[in-house]
Design a protein around this ligand. Structure first.
Ligand code: ATR
Length: 280
């Protein structure tokens, strides 16, 4: 791409999805743009899968500095991007794209960063290395959680999923610290775990409830849920009743957005209560 191809105006970013109307990312990034008085915009970009590559190649020429990617494009962008970070390729999905000045598309995955940063900010006493982690679910979001928990130093990572093969695939790719539990035994993996995560969509408004029994849950476990509608899920409520510290999933959404915003708009944004209120 030459300099003439870049349109000199306020930087733009957006979120590519299909559908994308439900995305909270525009509200989130616009809150930051307003707060830091940056002359730019962040827009929803509804793009059908068959048009993804063409749109991605065109966006830099329209003044876009980058984009977020959501369902169903998070895996497909890896094949289109020119540069894929190690963590995005390990996770098998990207959520943040940077359009470089040389025309290359750089793909990264900040979901795991958002997950761990949410825990360290919300629960400063949390020590991932203090005990086993138990992850319920083995989908795309779970893969980002697994990658980030291993990087944070958990000594053992237990995982259980309705479709066991997906959990076994994670073990095959992420290594010896992973222990796979049968779905019927998911409750057993909570015993002695100090970090417990629901990484399925169960418990979300309109979806079936999460039925994993919490009897084996330790009082000193930190329990978190990636579901944030409702903000406090039944899973979190029950964990709290059992004396556990809980962290809701909204913070992960907020924190995963920060690295992209910084790259596109040149300002490291802060995740605080005003942002939470704006997004809720
Ligand atoms: P995401 O990107 O949000 O992780 P996903 O890859 O579709 O989305 O994964 C959804 C997760 O929720 C999976 O772990 C899925 O289990 P399967 O792999 O067996 O599909 C889990 N999930 C969704 N609905 C479920 C249900 N009713 N019972 C059990 N697990 C469910």
């Amino acid at each position: 791409m030459t300099d003439h191809d870049r349109i000199p105006h306020a930087p733009l970013a957006g979120v590519l999805g299909w559908p994308v109307a439900h995305s909270r990312s525009p509200r989130l990034h616009r809150h930051w743009l307003h707060r830091y008085q940056i002359d730019g915009d962040y827009v929803p970009l509804p793009v059908a899968p068959e048009n993804l590559e063409q749109v991605l190649r065109a966006l830099p020429r329209m003044g876009f500095a980058g984009a977020n990617v959501t369902i169903p494009h998070k895996e497909a962008v890896l094949k289109i991007a020119d540069i894929v970070t190690d963590r995005a390729s390990l996770i098998g999905a990207a959520n943040t794209l940077i359009f470089r000045d040389d025309g290359k598309i750089h793909a990264d995955n900040t979901d795991g960063y958002g997950f761990v940063t949410n825990l360290t900010q919300s629960a400063p006493h949390w020590h991932p290395e203090s005990g086993a982690a138990a992850v319920i679910g083995a989908g795309g979001a779970a893969r980002a959680v697994v990658a980030s928990l291993l990087e944070a130093g958990v000594p053992e990572l237990r995982i259980s999923n309705r479709t066991k093969l997906r959990a076994e695939q994670i073990k095959a790719e992420f290594g010896a610290k992973i222990v796979v539990y049968d779905w019927a035994q998911a409750g057993n993996m909570l015993e002695g775990a100090t970090t417990v995560v629901n990484a399925t969509s169960m418990g979300m408004t309109g979806k079936p409830p999460l039925r994993v029994p919490l009897d084996a849950l330790n009082r000193d476990a930190l329990v978190t849920d990636l579901v944030y509608t409702p903000l406090i899920t039944d899973f979190l409520k029950e964990a709290e009743q059992r004396g556990c510290e809980i962290v809701d999933g909204l913070g992960m959404l907020l924190h995963q957005a920060a690295p992209g915003f910084e790259r596109w708009f040149g300002q490291r944004p802060e995740v605080d209560d005003a942002l939470r209120d704006a997004v809720l």
